[in-house]
Design a protein around this ligand. Structure first.
Ligand SMILES: [Zn+2]
Length: 347
């Protein structure tokens, strides 16, 4: 087992730039090397930072991120297409006009674009990963293979970052850039795992949403609000229950407490671990825990501690979008190139 180290160590919070303190070491369970990565926690906003350099490209090509279809992929895709309606419902509350131009940043193979276009918006996406963008284009979806820093546009009504911002090396710079593409009064929906969630506390270092080193920042709600405040974006709404990530994450947190590996069900479906006969008693107990996990996650969401959180930011109406404050560390979004799997939704 090796431990992360390198020039880009834990010094400052990627969200608010405050000093961070050593917090924990988490294992990359997607990698055969079982490398450990150090995490630092910000005393100001409570967000957590993964230390070390950004992951190499191959970190997105194995395990849950691999190209191989999981067991039951058709059923899973159908379930996810139903769950995508939650994103549509959230955006409808923001009064985006019919036919409005909505960009999905980090669009993967275009799953969310299908839902947004079905809702009547002119949705399109950017995706830096060759594999995922090629899949989207082959399906006839308007996805460009381009990184965030190389993309330009203007007068968009809204942007969606569905489980993308946690992969970005500099979330502040990324939001500033995206803001420059929007109309005054435009909106940005940002969904991320919540590092201060009940399920993160229950699973501890085995929480599957740590996903190191691919997840660079592990946001708190305060962190998302701080980002908005610092960038002159109004936090119009915060959602605490994600049907896609919340209940499943809570269930897997419970399974990890039974001694099963992090992300056990999805990793079995993705064939990255082979179930053992010795696991059977814990799997049976785990099956009974499904309704318990669901109820617990609903309760957690009521207490603003669901496993994933989504903030809807609104640009000021009376300012051109280019007036959003300039990045303090230009160039740090250059690492926004994760060729991920439909918004890091495994399997
Ligand atoms: Zn912070």
């Amino acid at each position: 087992m090796t431990t992360s180290k390198g020039p880009r160590d834990i010094d400052f919070c990627r969200v608010c730039r405050a000093k961070v303190e050593e917090w924990a070491s988490i294992t990359d369970w997607e990698s055969s090397t079982s490398q450990e990565f150090r995490l630092g926690r910000c005393a100001d906003c409570g967000s957590i930072t993964t230390a070390g350099d950004p992951p190499p490209i191959h970190a997105y090509e194995s395990g849950l991120y691999s190209q191989e279809d999981p067991i039951g992929s058709r059923l899973l895709r159908r379930i996810l297409s139903v769950l995508d309606h939650q994103v549509v419902r959230w955006l409808r509350r923001s009064n985006i006009p019919a036919g409005g131009r909505v960009i999905d940043v980090g669009a993967g193979s275009g799953r969310l674009i299908i839902a947004l276009r079905s809702a009547g918006w002119n949705a399109f996406g950017i995706e830096p990963g060759l594999r995922s963008s090629s899949q989207a284009i082959a399906r006839g979806l308007p996805v460009s293979q381009v990184s965030l820093e190389d993309y330009k546009n203007s007068d968009l009504d809204a942007a969606v970052l569905w489980h993308v911002l946690e992969h970005v090396e500099d979330p502040r710079a990324a939001l500033i850039r995206i803001s420059s593409w929007l109309k005054p009064g435009g909106g940005i929906l940002v969904a991320v795992p919540l590092a201060t969630s009940w399920q993160a506390r229950l699973a501890g270092t085995n929480w599957w949403h740590w996903d190191v080193p691919r997840h660079r920042t592990h946001f708190s709600e305060q962190g998302l609000r701080t980002l908005g405040r610092d960038l002159s974006l109004t936090v119009e709404r915060v959602h605490y229950l994600s049907w896609e990530h919340g209940p499943a994450g809570m269930w897997m947190a419970a399974l990890s407490r039974l001694g099963l590996p992090s992300g056990y069900p999805f990793r079995v479906l993705k064939r990255t671990i082979r179930p053992k006969f010795a696991d059977l008693p814990r799997v049976l107990v785990g099956a009974f825990l499904v309704p318990v996990a669901l109820c617990t996650e609903l309760l957690a969401a009521r207490w603003r501690a669901g496993g994933a959180i989504a903030a809807y930011y609104r640009l000021p109406l009376n300012l051109p979008s280019s007036a959003v404050v300039a990045p303090q560390t230009p160039g740090l979004i250059s690492q926004f190139t994760p060729p991920h799997n439909d918004g890091c939704t495994p399997p």
